[in-house]
Structures are given as structure tokens and as C-alpha cells.
Design a binder for this molecule. Structure first.
Ligand code: ATP
Ligand code: MG
Length: 319
């Protein structure tokens, strides 16, 4: 099942697209199958992985409105196991189109359903605003990754973003988590950069990736060649930083698996047993007390989540 991560910060120019494109490339290089969804009408992620600027091709707009089959929209990047669905400036009109529709916040979520079993990671590059597009992106995701630029106003608007995440969880029945904040355009020689990085770590209290993405010419140049930095200049500090970010993101998978295992060990009282059905018909050949009746017992621990989605089985054990 894919980990769906929205890359979000309503502030413009903080490194959302650079992070989406390059994190995706290094996740793929680490053996993961990755789909990048460009959900920003600026379509910078699409051109960053090689699509001609504003190319008039079927794109995520058509997918979300069911005007194209989902798989028909998937395109190859130049990196093995790394695919993308492009955006187009016309995506801006989607907000208007969805406005009158029921359940308008769930369109991208529904569109992604067939992909969740195909990819290990789905990254969604979001626009710099809190619009219906952003809400669709957050509702579709399991986690949000927040790039924070090392500049004086870098932390501005982050409280609003965290409130939006809370609101989505409370009102739209989601369980969106903060994967983490990532510090971008860091320059260790600048006092301001170091201060902002410190402030981000204090603000997010443990939810910040260790790596700081440095200001890097290679990262800034790579999109103009339509390439992620792994294909343009892999031996540069910016490239190595995104490689490290990918390792940290993958390490979270292991930690969350361990956490689930711990939960299972800790909470025997939460286990419910249920006799589902006899495996074979019971043939009454012996007196009742001596009879062996093969049964299948499913021991399941469930997590309570909103009724619309039904209970989520965390683990299941048959004997
Ligand atoms: P928007 O809000 O407009 O979607 P964004 O948050 O997606 O912007 P990017 O497009 O990734 O931000 O980056 C903004 C600009 O900064 C781009 O020109 C990009 O090439 C450059 N940039 C991003 N990260 C770095 C970096 N680490 N070093 C140098 N330049 C960078
Ligand atoms: Mg962008």
C-alpha cells in the first residue's frame, strides 16, 4: 500500500516542487516505485521531470473529473521506477468546477484509489495557497511534508497550515499526519539561516528531518534541463541532501512498523476473538465431547476511525 505524501506550504517559493521532484527521484533510486502527482496549475513539477512547459496533454485535471482513465495519464520520467501525472495551467479552473459538487474535497482522494496498490510512494506537489486544490491534496494524502525556507519569514503561515490539517482531520474524517518539516535553502555560513533552522526545530518539536537542504546552484539549474538533480548533477551537496532526505523518509516506514508491533504486544485487552466459520462441515460421528471441530479463528485488532471508512484492521492472525 502506497504512502501518500502531500508536499505543502501555502507560502510561495519555499522549495515544495524542488523537494517533490528530487525526493521522488531518490526514493525511486532506493528501489521504491514512485508516482509524482503535479497538482499545481504552475505545472513546475511536470517541467522539472521533463515535460515541455505547458504541453497540452491530458493531465490531472482530466483525471480528477473522470474525463480520462487514470492509467492513461501516467508518464515516465527519465528515472527508473519514477512516474508522474502532469498538471496544466487549466487546472486552476478545477476549483470553480468542483465548487457546486457534493463531496468536492474528496475528488483527488477518489482518483488516487487505483494507484494506492501499484506504488510504494505517491507524492503530491501542491500549490502555494489554501484553496480547494490544496484541500483535495491534503484529503488524498496520509501524511504531509512541509518544506520551510531558511529566511526571515520562513515560519509565517505554518500555524495556519497546522490548523488546516487539524480541521481536515476533525471535519473531513481523515487521519492526516505530519511526516515532518524539511529545512530548505540552508546556508550554514549565514547567521539568519542557522537561527531560522533552530526556530523551525523548536516549533515542530522533533518533527523535523535531520538533513538541511543547502542552497545549491545545481538544484536551481536542474529544472531548466527538465531533470531531477540525480540525473543532472548527482555529485553535488544539494543532490546528496535529497538522497539523505529519501533515506530519512524510508526510515520512517521502519519506525512506524515497529510502533505497530509494539502496540500489538502492549495491548492484549484490545484483542477481540471471533469465530468466523467452520472450515469443514462437522460430521457427528462421535459423541459430542470427543469430537474435534476444525474452526478458523480470526484474531483482529482494529483501530477506531470514522464510520464512513469502517474499522481499519491493524493486524490479523488466523489459527
Ligand atoms: P511555489 O510556491 O511557486 O510552487 P515552490 O515552493 O514549489 O514554489 P520551488 O519552485 O521548489 O518552490 O523553488 C523556488 C525557486 O527556488 C526555484 O527557482 C528553485 O529552483 C529554487 N530553489 C529551490 N530549492 C533550492 C535550493 N535548495 N537551492 C537553490 N535554489 C533552490
Ligand atoms: Mg511549486
Amino acid at each position: 500500500m502506497a504512502r501518500v505524501i502531500a508536499i505543502c506550504n501555502q507560502k510561495g517559493g519555499v522549495g515544495k516542487t524542488t523537494t517533490s521532484v528530487n525526493l521522488g527521484a531518490y526514493l525511486a533510486a532506493s528501489g521504491k516505485k514512485v508516482l509524482l502527482i503535479d497538482f499545481d496549475p504552475q505545472a513546475n513539477a511536470s517541467s522539472g521531470v521533463g515535460l515541455a512547459k505547458n504541453a497540452d496533454v491530458k493531465n490531472i485535471y482530466h483525471g480528477v473529473l473522470a474525463e480520462a482513465a487514470p492509467m492513461e495519464l501516467v508518464r515516465q520520467t527519465g528515472v527508473h521506477r519514477y512516474e508522474f501525472i502532469p498538471a496544466h495551467p487549466s487546472l486552476a479552473g478545477l476549483t470553480i468546477e468542483l465548487l457546486q459538487k457534493p463531496e468536492r474535497e474528496y475528488y483527488l482522494h477518489k482518483f488516487l484509489d487505483p494507484f494506492r496498490y501499484v506504488y510504494d510512494y505517491i507524492l503530491i506537489d501542491l500549490p502555494p495557497s489554501v484553496s480547494l486544490l490544496t484541500v483535495n491534496g491534503l484529503v488524498a494524502a496520509d501524511e504531509v511534508l512541509i518544506p520551510v525556507q531558511c529566511e526571515y519569514y520562513g515560519l509565517e503561515g505554518l500555524s495556519q497550515l497546522l490548523e488546516t490539517v487539524d480541521m481536515i482531520n476533525k471535519n473531513l474524517g481523515r487521519n492526516l499526519k505530519i511526516a515532518g518539516a524539511v529545512i530548505t535553502m540552508y546556508d550554514a555560513r549565514e547567521h539568519l539561516s542557522r537561527e531560522v533552522a533552530k526556530e523551525v526545530r523548536r516549533h515542530f518539536n522533533g518533527h523535523v528531518y535531520d538533513v538541511e537542504i543547502p542552497r545549491s546552484i545545481a538544484l536551481a539549474e536542474a529544472p531548466s534541463f527538465g531533470k531531477p538533480v540525480i540525473s543532472y548533477a548527482p555529485d553535488t551537496p544539494g543532490a546528496r541532501a535529497y538522497e539523505r532526505l529519501a533515506r530519512e523518509v524510508i526510515a520512517q516506514e521502519v519506525r512506524s512498523r515497529e510502533a505497530v508491533n509494539e502496540k500489538i504486544m502492549e495491548a492484549p485487552q484490545a484483542i477481540a476473538t471471533q469465530v468466523i466459520a467452520p472450515i469443514a462441515p462437522v460430521v457427528p460421528t462421535k459423541p459430542f465431547r470427543e469430537r474435534t471441530i476444525p474452526i478458523r479463528v480470526v484474531v483482529a485488532k482494529t483501530e477506531s476511525i470514522p464510520a464512513a471508512n469502517g474499522p481499519k484492521i491493524l493486524y490479523e492472525h488466523s489459527v
